[in-house]
Design a protein around this ligand. Structure first.
Ligand code: ZN
Ligand code: ZN
Ligand code: ZN
Length: 301
């Protein structure tokens, strides 16, 4: 490219230096910018003189202009290129190329966005031409990206597992609420002897009440003679014990066996104690998590 006498050092300190060191031929200084299409160089030079560009041209040569603006240290143009890429020019086809350029041109946020896109859409991006070329030329990057995808998958599974756990603890908490409610007020067909029950037609706000009613009925009538009871009876025993572990008023408590379990706790093994304490803390945490997001059943405790 031929440069008339401008002070390129203002627009690009690197280009300024290159020009200063270049030879003068026919009163002009010439430098070569290899490997860049003519159109991209035109946009670049125009920007150096005027700080202006046509959006359309910038889009067309954005990758070349990113390299030029980085190599010749023209931060304003580099920012424009990065913005354009971040805000919509990334595609499945070019994301791998852009990622490599972003790394080479010191554009960490753009690189991060590219990696995120690869992780999200690994299946189709890993079958693009860009991926195949990168795989041959830069196997370390391929390895890195595959690892990112695996990590993201693991994190996602971990999150799902935690969500499911939380759901279980929340259900236990709801069972605790319903148990207290049934033993104190009675609901539908079961309750304390001194309460008048309103039968199955009544609507109840405790989500676990219906299930617990069925379980209590089973518990009272179970004929399965296996040591420790059938699965349903075992479940009931667990719920009763969990209640007792969480109960602060064993003396006035209406829940069956509450005192009994409190007394039994005196002789429990260290291992049992730790196990139950952990369960109680998780159930309480699940309750608190719900309480902080909504007050759907506030006032019923
Ligand atoms: Zn109820
Ligand atoms: Zn049973
Ligand atoms: Zn109790």
């Amino acid at each position: 490219m031929a440069s008339p006498a401008i002070d390129s050092s203002v627009a690009s300190p690197v280009l300024g230096n290159v020009l200063r060191l270049s030879k003068v031929k026919h009163g002009m200084r010439y430098i070569k910018i290899p490997g860049v299409p003519y159109g991209a160089v035109c946009v670049f030079i125009r920007f150096l003189y005027s700080s202006c560009y046509e959006e359309e041209e910038l889009q067309k040569f954005v990758l070349h202009l990113l390299v030029l603006s980085h190599s010749y240290s023209v931060p304003a143009l580099k920012r424009a290129c990065i913005c354009l890429l971040e805000e919509g020019l990334l595609t499945r086809e070019n994301v791998i190329d852009v990622l490599q350029l972003a790394r080479n041109c010191d554009a960490p946020r753009l690189a991060f966005i590219c990696v995120r896109m690869v992780v999200k859409d690994f299946k189709s991006i890993s079958s693009t031409e860009g991926w195949k070329v990168m795989k041959r030329a830069n196997p370390a990057l391929e390895q890195e990206l595959v690892e990112s995808v695996v990590e993201a998958d693991t994190r996602k599974q971990e999150r799902q597992r935690k969500m499911e756990d939380k759901k279980v603890y929340l259900q236990l908490y709801e069972a605790m609420e319903a148990l207290l409610h049934i033993c104190k007020d009675g609901c539908r067909t079961i309750g304390p002897h001194d309460k008048v029950l309103k039968g199955s037609q009544v609507t109840c706000n405790f989500p676990a009440c219906k299930g617990l009613e069925t379980l209590v009925r089973h518990f009272a009538n179970c004929k399965t003679r296996v040591p420790g009871g059938c699965v349903h009876c075992k479940r009931m025993w667990q719920l009763l014990e969990l209640h007792s572990r969480m109960c602060n008023e064993p003396d006035s408590c209406k829940v069956p066996l509450c005192r009994h379990f409190k007394e039994k706790m005196q002789q429990q093994s260290k291992k049992d104690e730790t196990k139950w304490k952990l369960l109680v803390s998780k159930v309480v945490a699940a309750k608190n998590a719900v309480g902080s997001f909504s007050s759907r059943r506030s006032g019923l405790l």
